[in-house]
Design a protein around this ligand. Sequence first.
Ligand SMILES: [Zn+2]
Ligand SMILES: [Zn+2]
Length: 339
Amino acid sequence: MSSGLTLFASNIQSNLLLAGLGVNFELRVPGYSFKVHRFVLSECSRYFANVCSGHFQEGIMGYLVLNEVEDPLMVLRMIQSIYIKTYTDQESNLPQAWRRYLEQSRVDSVVGEGTSASAGSQASTAVEDEEDRASSASFTPENRPDGLFLHIDMYWLAEFYAVDALSTITLQKFVLATSGELFSCNLLLWTIEYLYITTPNQSRATLGQKMRMRAVYLAQKSEMRLFREKKFKLLMETNAEFMWDYTTKCLRAKYLQCRREECQATIEPKAREECDCGGEDVCQVCFDSDWYGRVREMPMCPKCNQGRLARWDLDFVDKADMTSVNAFGEMFHPSARET
Ligand SMILES: [Zn+2]
Ligand SMILES: [Zn+2]
């Protein structure tokens, strides 16, 4: 399908949605029930396709309770990404039609069997939870880069419900927000803290991996400046996962290796022209080729001229880099004699 036609189709679908026509499934969070189209939902995510099918209870009941989400705006953004391939960052910027949709999705009764009788208090409970979480975070509230964290939260949501369109949009927004001069060392440190410490609960540790790699990559790039920050030292000391990623991934795993078994030469990529993020898809070269849909063809091995170069085997890198891990360990956990 041409992209023009896709856009046309998604226009029709979002118009139907906002007019409430043909909607036959509901996404529920406390205080809200968003009416959507089963087939649109099924098309955009394996997870929803399963849920909406007749094989699960939810498919028969016609609604799904999103236990992972408290904030109705997050659901709204997810629905936007599914229907119009983008989402509104701030509530105050919501287009009129989407604001109306949000208001119309408000319900008195909450999740489950309840009729409209009992539950008026639920919405305010959700707001209180929100405030609790905000105050327990380790940032001073006036400095919190909420706009940035929003994309991280949305990315987790996208991965959890396997909404690929949302993953892509979110990552693009995250990359934009972490590029350029306005993105300071301080912001980077907060981002790392948010990605590695604040947000993930254990069960979702692998989600958000790509954003973590982006942060690690940026941290390695601004290495000299970061070393002077107390907070960086603290992150390295307190979070083993971050230290491991920082010492073994991205720039530190950037070497390419010939895939021909008799050769296996390792080669350092040319700066700027070739991927230098160790195949993690977080450097400029990777972004450019993904965004413009270019096919990335790996170069021929300059040594044997017969095999193609590929990402250096990660297991091998992890082993090979043990020395640098130990060196870092020594630096941040100095042995007893030094202190
Ligand atoms: Zn790359
Ligand atoms: Zn070779």
